[in-house]
Design a protein around this ligand. Structure first.
Ligand code: ZN
Length: 126
């Protein structure tokens, strides 16, 4: 259950950030998951659904963007999508020095939320 602990960590990050910003209801979370990140989108979604039942995540929508694996050629600077992360010669110039450009991503791109109590001024005037 690799994805369960990953999702729990990401939800903790959001929970802490939301608390600092007086947000007590999350409405949307956007994750970017590279195909090399070893995290499966449907497993992350399952983990999220199993943990979001109570608290600030109850009505949150989870968006997951999957990033293809792509390589970049240092010689002609072209970038191209590949199926697997090794031995991918540049299709433009034939160079073998190509390296991974995308596919390792695993991050929260953004989250949205609001305060169900509204933003009220502090009566102490502080
Ligand atoms: Zn090239």
């Amino acid at each position: 259950m690799h994805e369960l602990s990953l999702m729990a960590e990401m939800m903790d990050l959001i929970r802490n950030s939301a608390a600092q910003n007086q947000i007590n209801r999350i409405t949307r979370i956007k994750l970017v998951i590279g195909k090399l990140s070893m995290a499966l989108p449907h497993s992350l979604r399952f983990a999220f659904d199993s943990m979001a039942g109570e608290g600030i995540f109850t009505s949150a929508e989870l968006l997951i963007e999957e990033r293809e694996i792509s390589f970049k050629c240092p010689h002609c600077l072209e970038q191209f999508i590949v199926e697997q992360p090794f031995l991918n010669p540049c299709p433009f110039c034939g160079s073998l020095d190509t390296e991974i450009a995308t596919g390792r991503e695993l991050f929260i791109e953004y989250y949205e939320g609001d305060s169900v109590y509204g933003h009220q001024a502090d009566p102490s005037g502080d």
